[in-house]
Design a protein around this ligand. Structure first.
Ligand SMILES: Cc1ncc(COP(=O)(O)O)c(C=O)c1O
Length: 409
């Protein structure tokens, strides 16, 4: 047998970028979930934000139709086919009254996550300071950490402390921060902002010479008749901002990997340049079907909104009856739930494990979104109403076993 001189040599920890990527906090919970399922347990999975629905039939039909064309199988365009960039410009005009040039102000991405990560590569030098919300969706920090940046956290909650922390960051950080990430409706906290917030933010960014990257992945998942706003609605926002949107949640197309970045032409050009070296764009039939989704009947958008609104109401009501008070989210597909006060001492990771073991309900520990997420878990509304009620019954049983009852909560 051949000798294996490097048998015991593990290199992973020595890679510069891998050293900067700690193991995923969710990995441990995911492994437990997989083991429980393999053992035959019926886990209600409210952990990952993976939509459980399917796209509209006409979108699937378009995918199949174009896939049957023998000319549709070559490399596509890394910046996205023209029709899809135009469709996205049409969406911004229709929905937000914002004009975009499909050539210079729109790029199609392989999901907004890819777009964020590659824009980070494009515009960040090692040592640059990036202001990112804490807690946040992991790519908002790790996209930049991979690119060599240093993260300075700012709060996610858009209140007075938020503005103070922005000003403190500019006054005391060396080098001065050059990029600010915003994400409203927020993943994980579901917090939202209004146009006045963005007006102030754009003015602040111009004064401080900071680029703003806005993640609007939940643009259409708003409830209570209070439509989500875009930062690009602020006059002059394009001077300093780009915004990411996604087909994943709006059209139930998460696995298709289609998203967009739109706005500032310099930032869009930088992202296009990096992408031109890295990818050839999404499969053309997928892009054609994404056009059909954006340009065609929009019933599914309203249907999804109603679906998540009903789930939200079921979740909040049934969990309250179980002894766990959860604030009703105004937007997104998540509830950001403080740990029941009597169990707060456990911390979010241990509480998540306990819920999985004793209630057969999977949620995401808040600490996985940053240190300020401690004390919370994120509950994704990705199972149907009946399953949410089942989860609430299981949670009630578990809470009672821990001495928490509904009236005390
Ligand atoms: C805030 C936020 N941004 C981006 C994404 C990634 O979306 P996409 O599927 O477009 O990559 C998600 C997915 O959960 C998200 O929650």
């Amino acid at each position: 047998m051949a000798s294996r001189p490097y048998k015991d040599f593990t290199v992973n920890d020595d890679f510069y970028r891998i050293r900067r990527l700690p193991p995923y906090v969710f990995a441990e919970v995911n492994a437990m979930k997989a083991a429980a399922r393999a053992a035959g347990e019926d886990i209600v999975d409210l952990g990952m934000g993976n939509p459980d629905g399917a796209p509209a039939q006409h979108v699937i039909d378009k995918l199949c139709e174009v896939a049957r064309d023998p000319n549709a199988h070559g490399y596509s365009a890394s910046k996205g086919i023209k029709g899809l960039r135009k469709a996205q410009a049409g969406y911004y005009q229709r929905r937000f009254g914002v004009d975009l040039d499909p050539e210079s102000e729109v790029v199609v991405t392989l999901g907004s996550k890819e777009g964020l990560a590659n824009l980070a590569q494009a515009i960040t030098a090692p040592g640059d300071v990036v202001l990112a919300p804490n807690p946040s969706y992991p790519i908002h920090t790790f996209g930049f950490i991979i690119a060599g940046a240093t993260i300075r956290s700012v709060p996610t909650t858009p209140n007075d402390a938020y503005w103070e922390s922005l000003d403190r960051a500019m006054a005391f950080t060396v080098p001065r921060p050059s990029i600010l990430i915003v994400n409203y409706p927020s993943n994980p906290t579901a917090e939202t902002v209004d146009l006045a917030f963005y007006e102030r933010l754009v003015a602040w960014a111009k004064e401080n010479k900071v680029w703003i990257l806005s993640d609007l992945a939940y643009s259409e998942l708003y409830y209570d008749d209070n439509p989500t706003v875009s930062i690009l609605q602020v006059p002059g926002a394009k001077d300093v901002a780009v915004e990411f949107t996604s087909m994943s949640k709006t059209f139930s197309m998460a696995g298709w990997r289609v998203g967009f970045a739109v706005g500032n032409p310099r930032l869009i050009a930088a992202l296009k340049r990096v992408k031109s070296y890295l990818d050839y764009g999404a499969f053309t039939p997928i892009q054609a079907a994404a056009c059909a989704a954006l340009n065609g009947p929009q019933d599914i958008v309203e249907k999804n909104r109603q679906l998540y609104r009903k789930r939200r109401d079921v979740l909040v009501e049934s969990f309250a009856r179980a002894g766990w008070d959860i604030p009703s989210p105004k937007a997104s597909m998540f509830a950001w739930a403080p740990l029941p006060p009597a169990l707060k001492h456990m911390g979010s990771l241990e509480f998540t494990k306990q819920l999985l073991i004793h209630a057969e309900v999977a949620v995401a520990p808040g600490v996985g979104y940053g240190e300020d997420g401690e004390g919370y878990v994120r509950i994704a509304m990705v199972e149907n109403e009946q399953r949410l009620r089942q989860a609430a019954r299981n949670v009630k049983r578990y809470l009672q076993s821990m001495g928490v009852n509904a009236s005390a909560a």
